[in-house]
Design a protein around this ligand. Sequence first.
Ligand SMILES: [Fe+2]
Length: 312
Amino acid sequence: MESLLHDWTESHGAKFEKEIVTFKHGLNETGLFTDEALIDLLEKHPSELLDVCTMGDPDHPVYPNRFRTGDFRGVSGEVLVQAAKAGKVWINIRKGMNIHPEYKAVLDRMYGDLGEALSQKPYNAHGGILISSPIAQVPYHFDKTHIILWHVRGKKRIYIYPETEEFIPDRAYEAKMLRYLDDDLPYTPEFDQHAQVFDLENGQAVTWPLNSPHRVDNREFCVSVTTEYSTKESKIKNANMVANATMRHKFGIKSSYRESSQTHRQLKSLLGYGVKKAGLVPNDKVLDMVTFKIDPAASNFIADTEPFERNF
Ligand SMILES: [Fe+2]
């Protein structure tokens, strides 16, 4: 079978996980990301792994500029796709690439081909499918695992920033690990001067060094696949951040991941795993309130409802 990596060269392999890398892929050719295929997928995907969201308009009386969770029960896949196309709703099909055999077969090919290109064992990856619209602006953030964004169709712009203390302070990383602070990663528009900006083409993937901050603008109806995987590097780093955050908050001891030696990091990761095992890491579940439902009769398919805690 033809490789799903279309223009991969040795230079891609040499830069992978060390620099920003883009490459062409063949997900469009699988037939699994057409409107029809996505409608079928939405019909069968478990509701607890499906998110249908919007963002409150700046002039919304109750939810200005707020991320909002929607109720999509009883709504057909076709209407959900229409709602995303109308521009104010986006859909996250969590684990969509893992739990359906035909999608899992493609995920296995993606990472099998990548493993072959890198001459290593394939990573154990998770993948979701994002059906997004212009309202879906992913704010400045970082991810705790390695990410590959496999853009499939639509106009999507991504800004990727340097993975340095200036753009992602250790302190902010620790806060995210333990949720001591609910803040987003600090961001100012001046950061954009240092970003690399990509207008992704249909069938183009992009990946970046572990934890590089990024943000995304969807310019129109977009379909993409996001895959993530952990490595020894990401596991040790996350354990260190847990350990450092605990020492900072419980004992006032400051230590920097960036300035630690490799040996020090390996030792400290044991403390981090211990803290996690001992259950000292706060539960990161936040209350998920549903504030609207998808309604084809409503403007932009969004009908406000009495808020209730998500139970589906
Ligand atoms: Fe991300």
